[in-house]
Design a protein around this ligand. Structure first.
Ligand SMILES: [Zn+2]
Length: 72
């Protein structure tokens, strides 16, 4: 029995507005496919930077919660 229903990141999500307030703290780089983890919490419209190739992207989160990127 391991109930992990306790999430601590409610405070981080309060500035999220679009896409139902969904936010992420990791992503796969669309350019070099690197898995960026423990990045600063981001949500729809925020810019993220790949820590491997250095490219910047604008995060787009669909209504279904799917994460996509556009070149910044
Ligand atoms: Zn990259």
């Amino acid at each position: 029995m391991s109930g992990n229903s306790h999430f601590d990141d409610d405070d981080f999500a309060k500035e999220a507005s679009a896409a139902g307030g969904r936010s992420f703290d990791e992503f796969d780089c669309p350019d070099c496919s690197a898995n960026n983890v423990n990045v600063e919490n981001f949500s729809d419209g925020d810019e993220v930077r790949c820590m491997y190739c250095g490219n910047e992207y604008v995060a787009r989160i669909s209504a279904e919660g799917k994460l996509k990127f556009k070149s910044a």
